[in-house]
Design a protein around this ligand. Structure first.
Ligand code: CTP
Ligand code: ZN
Length: 160
């Protein structure tokens, strides 16, 4: 049984090749990889080399996504915002093919300019240039301005 599982895992390693230098965001919830890229503002338009594996078998999660960004070491602040959509993510910094740092995403107290408020009457969605700000709760986020709480589908609020 477990042999079978490992064989699946190594199959996947062949599908998403190792990177030389950069960041591997591993153990992302299945189906969230494109939201990870959106929240990080990575869309490939600047020539970034990015590999994505979606819904690959994993032993820690039933299915996981994995995102590999070549040539860029993401900072803790940059990745912490991922805790909103990928709370179990592992961040691996790779140099010369070796993982030199591995850490978890940490829940930030608030996020600014990342999510847009779903309340059309909110000051942040009007014509005035007020950037969005949400407090991060145990089970969701709360708009600092209008106090709207969002618990589900947080990814659909990601600003583009
Ligand atoms: N990785 C990569 N390129 C490298 C080195 C590692 O893409 N040059 C990827 C691996 O494929 C893996 C992740 O980075 O998905 C973490 O690598 P590693 O720490 O070697 O794997 P594990 O020990 O399995 O990690 P964990 O314990 O976090 O599951
Ligand atoms: Zn609001």
């Amino acid at each position: 049984m477990s042999d079978d599982h490992e064989r699946h895992d190594s199959d996947h390693e062949l599908r998403v090749s190792k990177i030389r230098d950069g960041t591997v965001i591993d153990h992302v919830r299945g189906g969230q990889a494109l939201n990870v890229l959106a929240i990080l503002g990575i869309d490939g338009s600047e020539g970034e080399e990015v590999s994505v594996g979606m819904n690959v078998p994993s032993d820690r999660l039933a299915r996981k996504d994995i995102v590999k960004v070549e040539g860029r070491e993401l900072s803790q602040d940059e990745v912490d915002v991922l805790s909103l959509i990928a709370p179990d993510a592992t961040i691996n910094i790779v140099r010369n093919y070796e993982v030199v740092e591995k850490h978890r995403v940490e829940r930030p107290e608030e996020v600014t300019g990342v999510l847009s408020c779903p309340n059309p009457g909110c000051i942040t969605t009007g014509d005035e240039p007020v950037s969005s700000r949400f407090e991060v709760l145990e089970d969701g986020v709360r708009c600092t301005y209008c106090e709207t709480i969002v618990r589900e589908e947080i990814a659909s609020l990601i600003e583009t």
